[in-house]
Ligand binder design. Structure first.
Ligand code: SAH
Length: 256
């Protein structure tokens, strides 16, 4: 029996032309593809390949299933949107691998193919807001307590990082994004640019930039990434088109 493997593949933010050639090659080579249903739908059909769709809440089971398939000799692609290592399946696959000490996934190779994460796609659409130090926080409290999120928001805001917020809101979590803005407002100028980038690279893409004082969670849904500027982030207005947003490479304030 041939030695199986798991390849964790980031599919990019949505459009077919943001799937890297390396990801495309891994998807064509796979005998089996494992992932959340809507992500599987983005994988081009390959004859003879088996698809294993699942709900988004059963990540660890999905990872174990992928490892078991690989153990039986299959080449298994586990797919995530964006980059598979950013709030996505790569960690879950390693967690399953490590948790299996008593169970032998011994011979299974795991590799990770990087993808364009939502923050990078959103940043490129607006200019260069992530051009200097930034940090990334998921607002979801499904996998960590809200108190932890508040602590990190306070720390990031007071340290003047540009902040990218993943999972900003959902039907079950309608209030957290506005709470996050309230925390950040304590530390930032009211005119700080806030980018709401929704469904980036997809047909229904929508991008809005508003000053922090007007930032409101009604602009966001589950497909939105929010980027909040630092004190150095700037805007270049354009006639009839959305402004460019960028953060300069230099940030000499604190050493003056
Ligand atoms: N691994 C993914 C992130 C998964 S978490 C990545 O690297 O992009 C899911 C969150 O990602 C969403 O709630 C949203 O905040 C963000 N996201 C994913 N795709 C997006 C897109 N096309 N446009 C804007 N945000 C997106």
């Amino acid at each position: 029996m041939s030695k199986g493997e798991v390849i964790v593949v980031g599919l990019g933010p949505g459009s077919a032309d943001t799937v890297t050639p390396q990801a495309g090659a891994a998807l064509r080579r796979a005998t089996d593809v494992v992932g959340y249903g809507p992500y599987l739908a983005r994988v081009p059909a390959v004859e003879g390949q088996t698809r294993h769709g699942s709900d988004n809440r059963v990540e660890l089971e999905r990872a174990r299933h992928a490892l078991e398939l690989a153990q039986s000799g299959k080449t298994v692609a586990v797919v995530s949107s964006g980059d598979a290592g950013v709030f996505a399946m790569a960690s879950t696959v390693f967690e399953a691998l490590e948790g299996a000490r008593g169970k032998d996934y011994g011979d299974v190779d795991v590799s990770v193919v990087p993808g364009i994460s939502a923050m990078l796609a959103a940043a490129a659409r607006t200019g260069a807001p992530l051009g200097h130090d930034f940090c990334v926080i998921s607002l979801s409290d499904n996998l960590k307590p809200w108190t932890r999120i508040v602590q990190r928001l306070e720390a990031a805001a007071s340290a003047d990082f540009v902040i990218a917020l993943y999972n900003p809101t959902s039907k079950e979590r309608p209030t957290q994004l506005n709470k996050a803005f309230d925390i950040i407002r304590k530390h930032r100028d009211p005119i700080t640019p806030v980018i709401f980038a929704t469904a980036v690279t997809r047909p229904d893409e929508k991008i809005e930039t508003v000053p922090l004082k007007d930032a409101n969670s009604v602009e966001a849904d589950m497909r939105t990434i929010v980027i909040i500027g630092s004190s150095a982030t700037r805007m270049i207005e354009r006639d009839g088109r959305s402004a460019y947003v960028y953060t300069p490479r230099y940030d000499m304030e604190s050493v003056r």
